[in-house]
Design a protein. Structure first.
Length: 313
C-alpha cells in the first residue's frame, strides 16, 4: 500500500498541474474503478463536467479535489472528487497524444493551459483503488480539513468518508495533546495505536517500524504507560522519517508521472528497521528481529527497543 509520503508526492504534483482548471470531458473505460460512486456512471460524469478543481487536499492517505461550478476560489465547494489509490493506483498527467495505458480506468480532460498537459489519467492494474464524487462536510474541530492550498486558507471541510480519521503528523493542525490523552486512555500496544487511523492517520507499517526504531520504543509498549515526552518523541520520529521519505520521493519522480506503485522503493536505502531482520542494527550492531504482528511483521532491535514486561501485543 502507498504510505503517506507517497500520497503527498501525488498531491503536490496534482496541485501543480490541475488546481484551478475546469473539467471538459470525462471518460470511464472501466466502470469498476468508479464502483464507490453508487449513483453510477452518468451521475459521476454529470458531477464532474464543467466543474473546476479548486485544490488537491490530503488527510492521511485520503486524497480529494474540492469542486466548484466556477473558477472562483472564493466559491465554497460542496462536493469533491476523491481518488483512492489502493495498492497499485497511479494518477498520471498526460497529453492527449500519449498512447493510453494498458490499465487505464478513468480519464479526465482539462481546460487548456500553456504549460500543462490536458489529461489526468487514473491507471490501476489490480483495481483495488478508484474514484468517486462525494459531499464535503464540516470538520469536527472547525479547522482546515487537510494539507492543501485552499485548506491552508481556512476551508474547514472534509469528505464524509474521511471525517472519522485523525489528523496526520504532517498536518499543521495536528493535536499532540489530544493524541496523548487517547493513547493513555486506550490501553493497547503502541504500534497498534499508531496504525489506528482514528487515532492518527497516515502511519502505515513501514513508517511505524521506522518511527519506533528512531524513538527506541518497542512496538508492544502499553499505551497507558506513555508520558507526554514519549508521545512527542514517537510523533516527532514519525514526522521526521516521513519528511525524509517525502524529500526522496519529491526528487526521484518525474513531476508528470506521479507514481506511487512500489511504496517505499525509492526510500529503501534509508530504512533503519523495516525489512532488515537478521541484519545489524544501524545504531548498536545487534541483529534486528522480525515478529508477526497483525498479519504482517514488526521489525525492531531487541537491544535498543527492549520488550517491556507488560507488553500488549
Amino acid at each position: 500500500m502507498p504510505e503517506l509520503p507517497e500520497v503527498e508526492v501525488v498531491r503536490r504534483g496534482l496541485e501543480r498541474w490541475i488546481a484551478g482548471r475546469s473539467i471538459t470531458d470525462v471518460s470511464v473505460p472501466d466502470p469498476r474503478s468508479i464502483r464507490r460512486h453508487t449513483l453510477g456512471l452518468e451521475d459521476f460524469r454529470g458531477n464532474l463536467m464543467g466543474a473546476t478543481v479548486l485544490d488537491v487536499v490530503r488527510r492521511g492517505k485520503f486524497l480529494w479535489m474540492p469542486l466548484s461550478d466556477d473558477a472562483s476560489s472564493s466559491s465554497t465547494p460542496h462536493t469533491a472528487l476523491v481518488a483512492h489509490l489502493g495498492m497499485s493506483g497511479q494518477l498520471l498527467v498526460e497529453s492527449p497524444e500519449q498512447p493510453h495505458e494498458k490499465h487505464l480506468k478513468v480519464r479526465l480532460s482539462f481546460s487548456p493551459r500553456a504549460d500543462a498537459p490536458e489529461e489526468l489519467r487514473f491507471v490501476d492494474q489490480r483495481i483495488f483503488g478508484g474514484m468517486f464524487v462525494t459531499s464535503l462536510v464540516p470538520t469536527a474541530d472547525g479547522l482546515p480539513g487537510g494539507c492543501g492550498m485552499v485548506t491552508d486558507g481556512g476551508l474547514a471541510l472534509i469528505p464524509e468518508e474521511a471525517a472519522h480519521i485523525g489528523r496526520d503528523p504532517l498536518d499543521q493542525f495536528f493535536d499532540m495533546e489530544a493524541l496523548h490523552q487517547k493513547l493513555r486512555a486506550r490501553k493497547t500496544g503502541l504500534k497498534r495505536a499508531l496504525l489506528d487511523q482514528a487515532f492518527v492517520s497516515g502511519i502505515g507499517n513501514i513508517y511505524a517500524d521506522e518511527a519506533l526504531w528512531a524513538a527506541k520504543m518497542h512496538y508492544a509498549r502499553p499505551t497507558e504507560t506513555m508520558r507526554r515526552p514519549d508521545t512527542e518523541r514517537i510523533i516527532h520520529a514519525a514526522r521526521d522519517v516521513m519528511e525524509r521519505a517525502l524529500d526522496a520521493g519529491g526528487t526521484s519522480f518525474d513531476s508528470l508521472y506521479v507514481n506511487v506503485n512500489g511504496a517505499s522503493g525509492y526510500f529503501s536505502r534509508s530504512l533503519n528497521a523495516y525489512g532488515r531482520d537478521g541484519q545489524p542494527c544501524p545504531r548498536c550492531g545487534t541483529l534486528m528481529k522480525r515478529e508477526t504482528f497483525m498479519n504482517r511483521g514488526s521489525h525492531f532491535c531487541p537491544l535498543c527497543q527492549s520488550k517491556p514486561h507488560n507488553a500488549r501485543l
